[in-house]
Design a protein. Structure first.
Length: 429
């Protein structure tokens, strides 16, 4: 009996050791096992796009740029967060028909029904301004692209961030170029579309021109949708040194064509929006000599070296790779509208990566502190007087000239450091 009891105690002790060892092995195995991968987070980016209406050309380019960015970031695994998860992006958008009255309704729907986490603006300053109030009201960060008006950023908004060089600096470079080409030039005529963007640009241009000693011989606006510019061209005084203004693609192209057909003599014609578009060359001889301010061109040389010289970070794709990949995907070269759409997504990507979160306040803090160089140029936002206004990015000016084979080609003519050709004076029919 005593032996049996002794063997029982020994057996229990052995079993206890075995169980303890098993438990220890299980703990070690559990400790050694990799942590479970955090689930991927899907972020919805909401916007409207003018798939119909007068802004269709520019808006299509903008959305192409944004979609290229989204395809690339998602294919690369998304934006990595500190918890091991990754943020991937889904687009949700509607056609605003180029109509302001549709924008607020659709952005409200994007937020309340489609649960958009972040917003991209529609193309054009008027439509972007209409969407900005909804973004602020519902506490959503919005990156505006295709929208250059300064006034949106003077309304006290804290969640709206601009990618474009502001309208107040849009045509100033062309005037500086005129001064360089002809130091004796003294008079300009301004003919412009009566919309928010164009009006903001020319009001700032008028102030800048007068501060430089120029006389503004004509300051005339035309209604959106105008197709006959004869009454306005007839008002331009003979002998003005430059004609500046315009509006958007359709009206500006028609204005340039009719200026040429009427044989108006002047030294420079600098117009908004349309000239940087490759489609503008379809005007033929009427395009020759026309200058246009551009937010970006494939010839620009923004890169890591320039960023290093400025003491800031270079982030994202190179100019060459963006141009190559955009052209391969859409079978046409990118315009500045395309670049603006792409960089809008890129800025969200950078801000989320810096914040390590998709939380609105943390992403806002990252955007407020942002000062980086990208393929599109420098990006930095005003966080004081005009919150969200772009203060880092500068314009370039292009001009349509002819190459050795007499083909129309687009050249960068200003600033001088970025120029690919010397400017030529305008020649009418």
């Amino acid at each position: 009996m005593r032996k049996t009891r002794l063997w029982l105690l020994v057996a229990l002790a052995i079993l206890s050791l075995i169980l303890a060892g098993t438990s220890m092995a299980q703990k070690e195995k559990k400790a050694a096992a990799p942590a479970a991968k955090a689930a991927a987070k899907n972020v919805v980016i909401g916007f409207t796009a003018s798939q119909t209406g007068k802004f269709n050309v520019e808006a299509t380019r903008q959305i192409h740029g944004l979609s290229l960015w989204m395809d690339q970031v998602n294919a690369a695994g998304g934006v990595k967060l500190p918890d091991g998860s990754a943020v991937k992006f889904t687009a949700k958008f509607y056609d605003d028909e180029s109509k302001k009255e549709r924008v607020q309704e659709l952005y409200t729907k994007l937020i309340n029904e489609d649960k958009a986490d972040f917003l991209i603006s529609p193309y054009s300053s008027g439509l972007a301004d209409a969407s900005a109030v909804i973004a602020q009201q519902y506490k959503r960060i919005m990156i505006t692209c295709g929208a250059a008006s300064d006034s949106t950023y003077k309304k006290g908004y804290t969640l709206v961030y601009q990618t474009y060089t502001p309208a107040s600096r849009y045509l100033n470079g062309a005037l500086d170029l005129l001064s360089k080409m002809d130091p004796k030039a003294k008079t300009i005529a301004i003919v412009h579309e009566k919309d928010k963007f164009s009006t903001d640009v020319v009001n700032a241009l008028k102030t800048y021109a007068e501060s430089k000693g120029y006389k503004v011989a004509l300051f005339e606006g035309y209604e959106p949708g105008t197709t006959d510019f004869a009454p306005f061209i007839n008002k331009i005084p003979a002998g003005v040194d430059a004609i500046m203004g315009g509006g958007h693609f359709a009206d500006t192209s028609t204005f340039a064509k009719q200026l040429y057909e009427k044989g108006f003599k002047t030294k420079m014609v600098a117009l908004l929006v349309a000239p940087p578009e490759d489609k503008f060359a379809e005007l033929g001889d009427a395009a020759y000599g026309i200058i246009g301010p551009s937010q970006w061109e494939p010839q620009v040389k923004y890169g890591p070296e320039g960023a290093k010289a400025m003491g800031i970070e270079y982030f994202g794709i190179s100019v060459a790779d963006f141009t190559k990949e955009y052209t391969a995907k859409f079978k046409e070269p990118p315009t500045y509208h395309s670049a603006g759409g792409y960089v809008a997504g890129l800025l969200l990507e950078k801000a989320i990566a810096t914040a390590g979160s998709t939380d609105t306040e943390k992403v806002k803090a990252a955007l407020d502190k942002m000062d980086i160089m990208t393929f599109y140029g420098r990006i930095k936002f005003d966080t004081e007087k005009s919150h969200g206004l772009q203060i880092g990015h500068d314009m370039v000016d292009i001009q349509w000239q002819r190459d050795e084979k007499k083909n129309l080609v687009k050249q960068v003519v200003w600033p001088e450091a970025a120029a690919t050709a010397k400017p030529v004076f305008y020649h009418a029919k």
